[in-house]
Design a protein around this ligand. Structure first.
Ligand code: 13P
Length: 250
């Protein structure tokens, strides 16, 4: 069975000092993590400081982006090997904010997925439609296209290391969560597409997170859905108490 995975995407929040304090708060209140995985994705600048606190705990570390080359003259970029070097096990790729503000494309995300996997990182690949696309009844078409582009050329074995995050763009940071039924319907659609591309066994094993205004008071209903295998949490991952409540969903 799939082990649910709850990840906190800290986005561009937290200085090093604030990040260390948040991690200490999380670890103090964490208790036992049974049957679930927890990952935090601080900004690049805090990864190295946070890592030693997580060693020997059950909390994983992830980054929010990478560049697909191993090294080189790419001013301002960070390579997969550099992330592995500071102890990252995961990396968020293709987040809608990167698509919207930094021009990321499915083809670019596809290159990044390959580079992440080659460095031993597990990609959390984000897909999701904007409001107008949902209103036009095109949500599945859009998400299906993103999946095809991002996952093009991957083998089943590689796919087994990938996590998909369905994040409807209209639900991000708005408080306007998808209903559990609507989210489940899209997750089932995504798993169907994975089945077609990678076969039933691989598709059954891939974890599909929901993201978009996940909060302590809606996480339980979302996680009760058959194809929702976790959450990618933005705003509500920035305070220990709330995020711990989400991690300990019922
Ligand atoms: P919010 O939880 O703040 O809506 O953000 C979701 C998100 O973008 C996680 O990657």
């Amino acid at each position: 069975m799939r082990t649910p995975i709850i990840a906190g995407n800290w986005k561009m929040y937290k200085t090093v000092g604030e990040a260390v304090d948040l991690v200490k708060g999380l670890l103090e209140g964490l208790g036992e993590l049974r049957g679930r995985e927890m990952v935090i994705c601080p900004p690049f600048t805090a990864l190295y400081a946070v890592r030693p606190l997580l060693v020997g705990t059950s909390v994983g570390l992830g980054a929010q982006n990478l560049y697909h080359e191993r090294e080189g003259a790419y001013t301002g970029e960070v390579s997969p090997a550099m992330l592995a070097d500071v102890g990252c096990g995961y990396v968020i790729l293709g987040h809608s904010e990167r698509r919207q503000y930094f021009g990321e494309t499915d083809a670019g995300v596809n290159r990044k997925i390959g580079a992440a996997l080659a460095a031993g990182l597990r990609p959390i690949v984000c897909v999701g439609e904007v409001k107008a696309e949902r209103d036009q009844g095109r949500a599945e078409e859009v998400v299906g296209g993103q999946l095809a582009g991002c996952l093009d050329g991957l083998g089943a074995e590689q796919m087994a290391s990938v996590v998909i995050a369905y994040e409807p763009v209209w639900a991000i940071g708005t408080g306007d969560t998808a209903t559990p039924d609507d989210a489940q319907a899209m997750h089932a659609f995504i798993r169907g597409r994975l089945r077609e591309q990678f076969g039933p066994e691989t598709a059954e094993g891939v974890r599909i997170q929901y993201g978009g205004s996940v909060k302590p008071d809606n996480v339980d209903d979302l996680m009760a859905q058959a194809d929702i295998d976790g959450a990618l949490v933005g705003g509500a991952s920035l305070k220990a108490e709330g995020f711990l409540r989400i991690v300990h969903f019922q």
